[in-house]
Design a protein around this ligand. Sequence first.
Ligand SMILES: [Zn+2]
Length: 270
Amino acid sequence: MRQRLIWSCVLLLLLANFYTWRGVAARAAGQPTIHFLNVGQGDAILITSGDRQVLVDGGPDNSALSEIGRIMPTGDRTIDLVILTHPHADHVTGLFSVLERYRVNEILATFVEYDSSLNREWLKAVSQSGARLNYVDPADDYRFNNLYIDTLLPLTSSAQSADINDDSIILRVGGDRSSVLLMGDAGFAVEDSLLNIYPGISADILKVGHHGSRYGSSLNFLQRLNLASAVISVGPNSYGHPAPDTIDRLNQVGAKLYRTDQSNTVQFNL
Ligand SMILES: [Zn+2]
């Protein structure tokens, strides 16, 4: 009986020790930070959380590499997770050099098929890299130290796509203080789906969909999110991005607006 009591005490102390040190480790891991890299016309977003890194898209060329190198801790050659929102050139091209330069543990991609020579090359590079390839499933969320990553869309496994922009992987990421909604290149229809599927959705920061296209960021959507800030990842382009109407709507909801073409890399602590 007495021995059992002693063992119970030992177990209790071990557990207390485990939870204490886990707390200390989490604090040492620090506050996550999101960096919207200036890669010209495209998206590349690096999120750090202690010793872990997640890269969302790679931009239209390898200009993200120098910024990633500056932000990564010296000696750290591993990116824990790379998420490709959709396989258009302005999102995937920079990832080729990332796969060459870094060890990538896991790649998360959309299951929607998209036939292009660039995408075929990309899938080949992925299989040669040794990274684990996973397809998005909103049931699978991620946590890296204090950073959480919720995958929101796409939901269904309809293999063919009318518009691959609208099949972008939509993410909500954050730490203890702030949350960010990453819209990829999605437009109005996806915003409506998000509001229907996640009626209580909110975010402190919005990565504006499709480089500020006029076909995204509806007033209703922006009002529902309750934003403090919005980031447009954009460079010189012939599409009229960002559209003046979209900027008007962001101003109407009082979001403080940042543009990578004006502010260079934009970063927030989460
Ligand atoms: Zn794009």
